[in-house]
Write a protein that binds this ligand. Sequence first.
Ligand code: BJW
Length: 228
Amino acid sequence: MDYRRIVILTGAGVSAESGVDTFRDKNGLWSKIDYRDVATPEGFAANPALVHDFYNMRRRRIAELEPNDAHRALARLEREFSGEVLLVTQNIDDLHERAGSKNLIHMHGEHRSALCTHCGDRSPWEGDMSLETPCPACATVGHLRPDVVWFGEMPYQMERIYDALRAADLFISIGTSGNVYPAAQFVQEAGRAGAHTIELNLEPSDTFDDFDEAVHGPASRVVPSYVD
Ligand code: BJW
């Protein structure tokens, strides 16, 4: 590859073939449960037990799943590429790191992390969580929540991401519907800065027109064939 600095954005589609639910597909999570109830600060304030149940269920499910060929191809790219590769994922699962990716930002948080709204601590987390769980750092009870970014909240490490997008010469978007901001604007940001932009997705996303190039098909097939 004739590039020096690559930024890759992944979404739920990269983990779909591992068995992780997507959000907006026909049988996606948001067809089964109202996102306002489980993925907003207001939903958590109204019914914390429902929100904890939702994330406990997903945390247990993801623990049983394995990375697929798309995760593995991206880890291989990072290992073997002579330039810089930054992987920015919207996914809260840990399949990229289990496949071997290291230079990775979880912009929407991680299911294996707990956030204390009292002391601000972010701690590694295994197992279930409830309102009765004490914070591992300050030991207060009633303040622990999943360390994930809900609607209306600021995604993590935005400054580092925008710096990398502005310096990138290649931007690859994989398995994301282009529905959720600010991630949906990354293609424009990288394109304005001169990067070549490519979409790898099952079908054309909502931001398809913004890309220079696109390959459509399942991630486990199109990602390895693009990377290798
Ligand atoms: C396959 C496949 C296979 C299937 N192979 N592909 C305008 C500007 C800025 C903000 C806003 C704005 N308008 C509205 C907003 C606010 C809001 C927003 O975007 N709302 C929209 C719905 C309109 N955004 C926010 O509130 C964000 N915060 C924010 O904006 O802060 C202010 C700010 C401004 C400017 C700069 C910086 C900050 C926060 C958004 C938080 C999103 N949270 C969630 C939940 C996280 C925790 C959890 O997982 O439970 O994140 S919602 C959900 O959507 C989750 C995902 O990460 C995210 C994106 O979904 P994704 O990954 O794209 O999945 P799907 O299901 O939508 O798509 C899957 C795709 O894969 C499909 O295309 C399939 O075809 C494909 N696929 N199988 C390849 N095998």
